[in-house]
Write a protein that binds this ligand. Structure first.
Ligand SMILES: Cc1cc2nc3c(=O)[nH]c(=O)nc-3n(C[C@H](O)[C@H](O)[C@H](O)COP(=O)(O)OP(=O)(O)OC[C@H]3O[C@@H](n4cnc5c(N)ncnc54)[C@H](O)[C@@H]3O)c2cc1C
Length: 404
């Protein structure tokens, strides 16, 4: 194998490059990105970039500027791949040229979903997936600005929290009364959502029906089902998830079903093509894991596959999210738990929920309890039987439960 081409230069692709070189791959690596400039990390976009504490692209770079040369990774930013011919190993590029590679890794991530309602294309309506979008939004978050955030999932909630801290008047709109319940369980989801009101955010439950702008004004109004008065705003932020960027794969005839379907080594239905990160879904997994750690580890798994090595042991999906100075973490699949139990004091705001199935820990979510999550990761990996009353007993050292 002499050349591997990566389409997309986000975390999953850069992790794959790292792991290929770490695993001894000596051939060419070409990293193609339709975004300008060097690869950057996305989690800070809704955190330090919006607050302004990360002011330049360099502040959130995925790797130091000299890393690409040192690792002999040919970075080609600002050029989109427009088509893929897998049988020939050919990528067609937006400038009309073609690139041939022995193996191709699709790491195209996704784009922010837009609202399917009238007025969703108004210039006051923002989404948050890229540096360019974050820069545009940051300029709007000035003291006194009225910000309507649609969607109270992870990114919407982070954006609402930052906007409030910056002195904006924030309205947070979501169709469900307690968002994230399926992901972190009702106790944690309830505590997180209640915090928005406690911080002075106007929280509204309802579906958005339309966005209007009075001609010649800067103001838009957001009409929410079941509410007599629309919400007036200077800026609207839509945080309702992503659409995986599967167009290339679909046009090339690869199997796509809620993401590009891959095996444990991230191989797609075509032997020459791999897929990693947010755009990929492991065959047998009901969901795509659109999180930082999943992107990193899928890049490593693809590198192992490309090198003919066994894929690294797979750990339960882990994510974090920051709001109001607190850190939420989740591991495993809470939606599959038969029973949930709480450790710690809910009233204090810092507590953990464990999810069990057939007396085995399969998930945990916590606010500001990183040690519980670390222990939960190990317990989930070992799948040792645990008693619910031992998990909840503050006297129990969670590490001790690893011994069964
Ligand atoms: C605002 C924000 C905050 C987040 N916060 C957290 C967090 O706190 N915790 C957490 O666990 N996760 C978080 N995430 C999720 C995490 O950042 C993503 O899961 C991760 O970045 C996915 O990496 P990726 O490599 O799959 O895709 P991406 O980072 O999206 O990279 C894909 C790249 O491919 C490019 N591309 C697409 N199509 C083409 C093409 N045809 N040709 C060339 N290039 C192409 C795209 O432009 C993009 O640059 C956050 C994400 C966002 C957007």
């Amino acid at each position: 194998m002499t050349r591997i081409a990566m389409v997309g230069a986000g975390l999953s692709a850069v992790s794959a490059c790292d792991a290929l070189r770490g695993g001894g791959y000596d051939g060419e690596i070409v990293l193609l990105s339709d975004e300008a400039g060097p690869p950057y990390d996305r989690p800070p976009l809704s955190k330090d970039v919006l607050t302004g504490s990360a002011a330049t692209r360099g502040d959130i770079a995925l790797r130091p500027a000299d890393w690409y040369e040192k690792q002999r990774v040919e970075l080609r930013p600002g050029i989109a791949v427009t088509a893929l011919r897998p049988d020939e190993g050919v990528l067609e590029l937006a400038d009309g040229s073609e690139l041939t590679a022995d193996r191709i890794v699709l790491a195209t991530g996704g784009t922010a979903r837009t609202l399917p309602v009238p007025g969703a294309d108004d210039p006051a309506v923002h989404t948050l997936r890229t540096w360019a979008e974050a820069e545009r939004l940051r300029a709007r978050l000035v003291p006194g600005a009225r910000i309507a955030v649609i969607g109270a999932g992870l990114i919407g909630a982070e954006t609402a929290a930052v906007a409030t801290a910056l002195g904006c008047a924030v309205t947070l709109i979501d169709p469900v009364p307690v968002p994230l319940t399926a992901v972190v369980g009702p106790d944690i989801a309830g505590a997180l959502h209640a915090r928005h009101r406690a911080e002075g955010i106007d929280v509204i439950t309802g579906g958005v029906e339309r966005i209007d702008r009075a001609p010649g004004t800067e103001e838009v109004t957001v009409t929410v089902g079941g509410r007599p008065e629309p919400v007036a705003a200077d800026t609207v932020v839509v945080g309702i998830g992503i659409r995986p960027a599967t167009a290339l794969a679909e046009a090339a005839g690869l199997t796509v079903d809620n993401g590009i379907v891959v095996d444990v080594a991230q191989r797609t239905s075509h032997p020459r093509v791999y897929a990693v990160g947010d755009v990929a879904r492991r065959s047998g997994d009901p969901v795509r894991h659109e999180h930082w750690d999943a992107a990193r580890s899928s890049g490593q798994a693809a590198a192992a596959g490309l090198l003919g090595a066994a894929p690294p042991a797979r750990s339960a999906s882990w994510f974090w999210s920051d709001r109001y100075g607190s850190r939420l973490e989740g591991v495993g699949s809470m939606a599959d738990a038969e029973e949930t139990v709480v450790r710690g004091d809910v009233a204090s705001g810092a507590f953990t929920v464990f999810g069990l199935r057939a007396s085995v820990l399969i998930a945990a979510a916590a606010i500001d309890r990183p040690k519980d999550i670390k222990a939960a990761q190990r317990l989930i990996a070992r799948a040792v039987p645990v008693r619910a009353d031992r998990l909840t007993d503050p006297a129990t050292e969670l590490r001790a439960l690893l011994r069964g």
